[in-house]
Design a protein around this ligand. Structure first.
Ligand SMILES: Cc1cc2nc3c(=O)[nH]c(=O)nc-3n(C[C@H](O)[C@H](O)[C@H](O)COP(=O)(O)OP(=O)(O)OC[C@H]3O[C@@H](n4cnc5c(N)ncnc54)[C@H](O)[C@@H]3O)c2cc1C
Length: 435
């Protein structure tokens, strides 16, 4: 899905198991709308939904088929978190800000559920099954336990519960962990089913407003709005929303987002359907699971298969060695999986920001955006798509630290690949020595 993969075959489990096929038109000729949206992942589609709901007409173009980007490739973990912890947010910015940020995270999960209910998206397979964060050292267990206690005390968050090493082993089937924190209320979904379902629902409800295979190549200011040029037609609109996130390098139209994000490859493997004995022993409560390493690996079970994700290859291409490393990490955590075949492997780009937070708002009087989910964007992009729409309408919703002035350009952008390798190497070293 993301460039050729020598010798490894490329297949996404989501493509093989999505129950909605879509074939939307490409933009042909000139058209008009109140707001033109560039990018039809969760951000762009949630924005379109919000606009239409408020009586404002959207048109969405995507350079690729719906779900080609991260929204069709991700792990489907619906989380209520930022990469920055809430205690660090409170320490740096005060409790009032931490409370707003905490509310936004939970609102994001509710937003996903609300859209899925509204459009009746059974193919999204959303469930609030909870997430178990598994500690890889005693020190990490102390940290997440203290954090959970802080969340309960300071934010009144009673969705978190600490589990002993024995309880985690019983639930996961792995003895690699020293304990864990269970977070209820969050969940999982079928990522491609969600994005395709949304696109189908929007089309059924609002007519021909989504166009695939229609890359935007230019945005021009006009006296009364903008003119978005695509390879096969133009849209005249009062406002535009840029929803291209980690794929902002496809054309120069999203250069202002590209220069503010560091794209990082995230990879996923899925096994063959496990023998029944293993299905019964591993991940018995079928939640999503993550660990505490800085270079975090996560896992879940889907249709009896074990799905495992983490850092992918550096550079522009996938590599067999990166997938092999992922498989080795999986087997070292779950020795029972040695000898089990990998049937699917795929990857995609996540958009990292310098402050480890996503952002939403206005670039100028004609252009709004939402981007930079730092690998935790299933729920957050759904919420920030909605808020980008509110900005486009002229409102200024409360977004605390997610506001635009905090989204800084990446310094020395051409050297970002080297920077990624250095930071990843340093993190891997800290993980290896248990810090
Ligand atoms: C492998 C992987 C695993 C992940 N796992 C998780 C997870 O488990 N949980 C979680 O919360 N988050 C996860 N994420 C992150 C999450 O998927 C993203 O944050 C989210 O999907 C971002 O949605 P988006 O709509 O902003 O971007 P995308 O879904 O990437 O959509 C951007 C779209 O813009 C289009 N585009 C770009 N340029 C143009 C142009 N010039 N004209 C028209 N269209 C254009 C692209 O074709 C693309 O379809 C993962 C990401 C990856 C890659």
């Amino acid at each position: 899905m993301s460039g050729p993969l020598p010798g490894a075959g490329i297949a996404s489990l989501w493509r093989d198991t999505a129950d909605t096929e879509l074939d939307l038109p490409c933009l042909n000729g000139d058209t008009q709308a109140d707001v033109a949206i560039i990018g039809a992942g969760y951000t762009g589609l949630a924005a379109a939904h919000r606009l239409a709901q408020r009586g404002v007409s959207p048109i969405v173009v995507d350079a690729n088929p719906i779900g080609w980007g991260a929204s069709g490739r991700n792990g489907g973990v619906v989380s209520a978190k930022f990469r920055l912890s809430f205690p660090s947010i409170a320490q740096a910015h005060g409790m009032a800000v931490a409370r707003i940020m905490h509310r936004l995270c939970h609102q994001a999960v509710d937003e996903v559920e609300g859209l899925i209910d509204d459009y009746g998206l059974s193919g999204a397979r959303f469930t609030r099954c909870g997430n178990l964060r598994c500690a890889h050292t005693e020190r990490a267990f102390r940290c997440i336990t203290e954090e959970a206690e802080w969340m309960r005390r300071e934010l009144g968050d009673d969705s978190l519960r600490c589990l002993s090493a024995g309880e985690v082993a019983e639930e996961t089937g792995s003895h690699a962990f020293t304990g864990g924190v269970l977070s209820s209320g969050v969940g999982t979904l079928h990522p491609l089913g969600y994005v395709r379902g949304l696109a189908e629902g929007l089309t059924q409800r609002h007519g021909e407003i989504l166009f695939e295979r229609s890359p935007a190549t230019g945005i021009h200011r006009e006296s009364d709005g903008v003119r978005v040029v695509t390879t096969s037609g133009e849209i005249r609109a009062r406002q535009a929303i840029m929803a291209t996130n980690a794929y902002s390098d496809l054309t120069s139209v999203s250069a202002m987002i590209k220069s503010r994000l560091v794209p990082f490859r995230s990879s996923i493997i899925a096994t063959e359907v496990l023998p029944t004995t293993l299905q019964e022993r591993l991940l018995v409560n079928a939640r999503s699971y993550g660990e505490t390493r800085r270079m975090m690996r996560w896992f879940r079970k889907v249709d009896g298969r074990f799905v495992f994700g983490g850092r992918g290859a550096f550079g522009k291409r996938d590599s067999k060695s990166a997938f092999d490393a992922l498989q080795r990490a999986m087997v070292s955590m779950f020795p029972d999986l040695a000898g089990i075949d990998i049937t699917h492997r795929w990857s995609g780009h996540v958009g990292m920001t310098l402050d480890a937070l996503p952002h939403v708002g206005r670039f100028d009087d004609r252009l709004c955006y939402a981007a930079g989910y730092n690998g935790a964007g299933v729920a957050m992009s759904t919420l920030l798509g909605r808020l980008a729409a509110d900005f486009a309408i002229g409102e200024t919703p409360e977004v605390a630290l997610l506001e635009t002035s905090r989204l800084k350009a990446v310094p020395f952008y051409p050297l970002r690949e080297v920077g990624i390798r250095l930071v990843a190497g340093w993190y891997q070293f800290l993980d290896a020595v248990g810090r």
